[in-house]
Design a protein around this ligand. Structure first.
Ligand code: B12
Length: 211
C-alpha cells in the first residue's frame, strides 16, 4: 500500500534519495502517478508553506524540500503524460518579474506539454517586455503567467497590459495561476482563464484549442 505520509515526510525533510525510492516503490505497487504527485509531493509543499510562515522552516530547508519534490516529479514525468490528443496551441509560460517560484509553473508546463501543446518555459522573474518579445518570437497563442507572492500578483496585470499595448492581445489566450491567484482576480485583470492546479490548467489549455 502507498503511504503518502512517508513520502510527505521525506519530501519535507529534503531527503531526495528516500523520495525517489518511495516514488519508485509506489509505482511498482501500481499507485497512479497523479495520486503520488498530489497526495505525497504537492501535499508536502503545503505543509512546508505553513512551516515557513510559522518560521519553523527557513529558506535553505525549503529549497531542499523543493529539490526533493523535483526528484520525485522527474520520475513521474513520463507517466503523467497523456498524449491522446494533438492540440494546436503554442504556449509560453513564465513566472512574473520579481518572483522566483517555479515548481508549480514547471508542473503546469509539463502537464500542458503532455496534452500535445508546444510549450516554451521561459523561467522565472520574467519582465512584461520579455513576455511580449517571446510571444512574437515563438508565435505563441497562449500565454501562462505564474505568481506565488501577493506582492508579484500585480505584475500579472502589468504583463497583460503590456500585451494589450503591443497589439497582440486579440490573437491569444491568457491564463494565470499560482497559490494566491483566484478566479475573481483573473477576471479583474482581464485574463481568459485561471486554474488552481496543473491538471486543470492543462485541461483548460487543451479546450482552448480543441477544434
Ligand atoms: C518552495 C517555496 C519557496 C522556494 C521556491 C523554490 C522554487 N524553485 O520554486 C524559495 C525558498 C526560493 C522561496 C522563496 C521565497 N518565498 Co516562498 N514558498 C515556497 C512554498 C513553500 C511552496 C511553493 C510551491 O512550490 N508549491 C508547490 C506547487 C506545486 O504549488 P503552486 O506553486 O501553488 O503551483 C500550483 C498551482 O498554484 C497552479 N499554478 C502555478 N502556476 C500557475 C500558472 C498558471 C498559468 C496556472 C493556470 C496554474 C498555475 O498549478 C501548480 C501545480 O498544481 C510556498 C508555500 C505555498 N504553500 O505556496 C512559499 C510561499 C509562496 N513563499 C513565500 C515567501 C514569503 C517567500 C519569500 C519572500 C521568503 C523570503 N523571506 O525571502 C521568498 C521570495 C523569493 C522570490 N522573490 O520569489 C510566501 C508568500 C506569502 C505571500 N502572501 O505572498 C509563501 C506562501 C510561504 C508562506 N506561507 O509564507 N519560496
Amino acid at each position: 500500500m502507498f503511504d503518502p505520509q512517508k513520502l510527505m515526510e521525506a519530501t519535507i525533510a529534503g531527503d531526495s534519495g528516500t523520495v525517489e525510492q518511495l516514488v519508485r516503490t509506489a509505482l511498482e505497487r501500481n499507485t497512479p502517478a497523479d495520486e503520488i504527485l498530489n497526495s505525497g509531493l504537492v501535499a508536502a509543499m503545503d505543509i512546508v508553506g505553513e512551516r515557513m510562515e510559522n518560521e519553523d522552516m527557513f529558506i535553505p530547508e525549503v529549497l531542499m524540500a523543493a529539490q526533493a519534490m523535483d526528484a520525485g516529479v522527474q520520475i513521474l514525468k513520463p507517466l503523467l503524460a497523456d498524449d491522446a490528443s494533438n492540440a494546436k496551441g503554442k504556449a509560453i509560460i513564465g513566472t512574473v518579474k520579481g518572483d522566483l517560484h517555479d515548481i508549480g509553473k514547471n508542473l503546469v508546463a509539463m502537464m500542458m506539454a503532455s496534452t500535445g501543446l508546444e510549450v516554451h518555459n521561459l523561467g522565472v522573474d520574467i519582465p512584461p517586455e520579455e513576455f511580449v518579445a517571446q510571444i512574437k518570437a515563438k508565435n505563441a497563442n497562449l500565454v501562462c503567467l505564474s505568481a506565488l507572492l501577493t506582492t508579484t500578483m500585480p505584475m500579472m496585470k502589468e504583463t497583460i497590459d503590456a500585451i494589450i499595448e503591443s497589439g497582440l492581445r486579440d490573437n491569444l489566450k491568457i491564463m494565470v495561476g499560482g497559490a494566491p491567484v483566484t478566479q475573481s482576480y483573473a477576471d479583474r485583470i482581464g485574463a481568459d482563464g485561471f486554474a488552481p492546479d496543473a491538471g486543470s490548467a492543462a485541461k483548460m489549455a487543451k479546450a482552448f484549442f480543441a477544434s
